[in-house]
Design a binder for this molecule. Sequence first.
Ligand SMILES: NC(=O)c1ccc[n+]([C@@H]2O[C@H](COP(=O)([O-])OP(=O)(O)OC[C@H]3O[C@@H](n4cnc5c(N)ncnc54)[C@H](OP(=O)(O)O)[C@@H]3O)[C@@H](O)[C@H]2O)c1
Length: 279
Amino acid sequence: MRTQTLAWLVLATVSAKPKPLDGRIAAVTGGSRGLGRAVVDELLRQGCATVIACARNVDSLAELENVVAVTADVRTTEGRRAFVDAIATTGGLDILVNNVGTNVRGPTTELDEGDYRSVLETNLDAAVFLCRDCKAMLEERNGCIVNIGSISGVCCDHTGVAYAVSKAGLDHLTRYLACEWGPCQVRVNSVDPWFIRTELTEPLLDDSDFRAAVEARTPLRRVGEPSDVSQAVAYLCSAPYVTGQILCVDGGLTCNGFEYQKPSSSNRENDIAGGMGGF
Ligand SMILES: NC(=O)c1ccc[n+]([C@@H]2O[C@H](COP(=O)([O-])OP(=O)(O)OC[C@H]3O[C@@H](n4cnc5c(N)ncnc54)[C@H](OP(=O)(O)O)[C@@H]3O)[C@@H](O)[C@H]2O)c1
């Protein structure tokens, strides 16, 4: 009995421990699946009182406790207004996560003007105008913004110029607003992932040769999981002196240079011996 009481006391103490984002109100674009959904779950786990999440189809969010689901296409003025109105009705905003993103792949010589504009509107314009429209609410609560960029905005991964340009723009939006809004105590950061397993990347990663090539190029030798990204987002939301930063969640990809591997190498030791040290 005494052991049971002690166990209960330990449990009660642990569950009463304050969480980093206790009581915060967050808004996440594209929160219905993939990385956005992982971010919604992580922010709730870290203590957020309410998460307002939007997508064009929000069926998957219908049953979630402490989630306000908003049907909205953030490419449009009306969609963004519906989202911002829902945030305002909830009673304030501590965290805005601009996560929505799309891609149209292909060589630049075959780039369609409509596709280009659609990618830019989805990936960059929506974030610019949501930042603008949420700034006053964020300022009231010393809030923060996390933009979900991509390593495509940092280095060339041959995934399409519209996507690359939009994500590079998003990174610079982060730096720019961090400087403009720093004096108002609104922090702005980016999380830039490399390959993470979601519906967006599943068709590519299902090709085992392609996945092997991605893993071989990634120092941590694995594809990322949505939780790798959502934990980085939560960290930036609770880091009071961090702003204007681009946090690459990429298994080391963007710091990887050239590595020579002898064709005959078949184990890890040989790989290392056959690397730059082998010259
Ligand atoms: N997965 C990766 O490997 C990876 C790597 C680097 C960067 N990223 C970036 O991470 C972000 C999320 O990627 P993901 O893989 O999670 O994508 P995903 O699985 O395709 O999910 C995208 C989410 O955004 C919503 N959405 C798309 N367009 C929208 C619009 N116009 N208005 C409102 N909601 C919209 C989708 O719901 P609806 O379709 O119902 O609207 C969905 O909830 C993107 O910015 C992407 O560029 C992903």
